[in-house]
Design a protein around this ligand. Structure first.
Ligand SMILES: C[C@@]1(CC(=O)O)C2=NC(=C\c3[nH]c(c(CCC(=O)O)c3CC(=O)O)Cc3[nH]c(c(CC(=O)O)c3CCC(=O)O)/C=C3\N/C(=C\2)[C@@H](CCC(=O)O)[C@]3(C)CC(=O)O)/[C@H]1CCC(=O)O
Ligand SMILES: NC(=O)c1ccc[n+]([C@@H]2O[C@H](COP(=O)([O-])OP(=O)(O)OC[C@H]3O[C@@H](n4cnc5c(N)ncnc54)[C@H](O)[C@@H]3O)[C@@H](O)[C@H]2O)c1
Length: 200
């Protein structure tokens, strides 16, 4: 089924990651990067995740998942290496209509995590509807290598131009369209010319 891609703003969102291995680590990193403070439930976590937990003062509940652990959370990631546990987490979360990602069951999840290329504030996200995650990763690596490393810096000029157009045009949509075409569009063209990293 087609998905509905969104960029979630997760500040103050209550997020839970169950599991403490490589995959859980990747998801915790992503959540932290988006401003969330995920709680972790796992009997063991790997060394890099432990470091992240300590550095960010995250809550780590050091035991296996138990019934009702998803209560009070809004977004759940089931990232254990035990499919049955992941399925139990998914079921509990689904009954409560929570956002849930089971890293071992794309079809049972109601969201998938894409592979990202970040040139703040610009983000490229790759997903294959859970069908070939390896391709998502390779696309990320390709664009990470291809896109100019400081591409995002040029966006500030575009943003200022947009603000100025909105201020001057007010509710005059015709004027807004004219200003976009005469002022914003040339800057966007310039931005697009700078897209590739030609310095290699
Ligand atoms: C993009 C990325 C983001 C991230 O995880 O942050 C991500 N997987 C990544 C890599 C990756 N994952 C796997 C491999 C090994 C090769 C292979 O098996 O194909 C590699 C490649 C590698 O690591 O090199 C195995 C795998 N993945 C899933 C299953 C379960 C299944 O398919 O049943 C299995 C089999 C597990 C098993 O064998 O037991 C499921 C999911 N993986 C997703 C995301 C979601 C769909 C994304 C999409 O639509 O494309 C989804 C549905 C759920 C989710 O996790 O959100 C991340 C790139 C990280 C980066 O940025 O570098
Ligand atoms: N979605 C993806 O991107 C992706 C990618 C690769 C692998 N996988 C799959 O994801 C799963 C996790 O992979 P990993 O490399 O992180 O595994 P891992 O073996 O490194 O870590 C598993 C973690 O789950 C914890 N755990 C086990 N049972 C638990 C329970 N009942 N309650 C709470 N925590 C529990 C363990 O303590 C450990 O911390 C595997 O099944 C793997 O095949 C998914």
């Amino acid at each position: 089924m087609n998905s509905y891609p969104v960029f979630l703003q997760l500040k103050d969102f209550r997020c839970l990651v169950v599991g403490g291995g490589t995959v859980a680590l990747r998801k915790v990193k992503g959540l932290l990067n988006a401003g969330a403070l995920p709680q972790i439930i796992a009997p063991k976590v790997n060394a890099e995740l432990l470091l992240l937990i300590e550095m960010n003062n995250l809550i780590w509940v050091r035991r296996k998942f138990e019934t009702n652990d998803t209560k009070g959370f809004q977004l759940i990631i089931a990232a254990t290496n035990d499919k049955e546990t992941n399925a139990a987490i998914r079921l509990e979360a689904s009954v409560a209509h929570l956002l849930v990602n089971d890293v071992t069951d794309p079809e049972g999840s109601n969201f998938h995590v894409p592979a990202l290329v970040s040139r703040p504030p610009l983000t490229l996200a790759f997903g294959t509807s859970g069908e070939v995650p390896y391709l998502s990763r390779k696309l990320k690596e390709f664009f990470e290598d291809t896109l100019h490393p400081e591409l995002g810096d040029g966006i500030e000029r575009l943003k200022q131009c947009r603000i100025s157009i909105i201020e001057r045009a007010g509710n005059d949509m015709k004027l807004k369209e004219q200003l976009i075409s005469s002022e914003l569009n040339p800057l966007v063209d310039e931005f697009l010319c700078r897209l590739m990293n030609d310095e290699k």
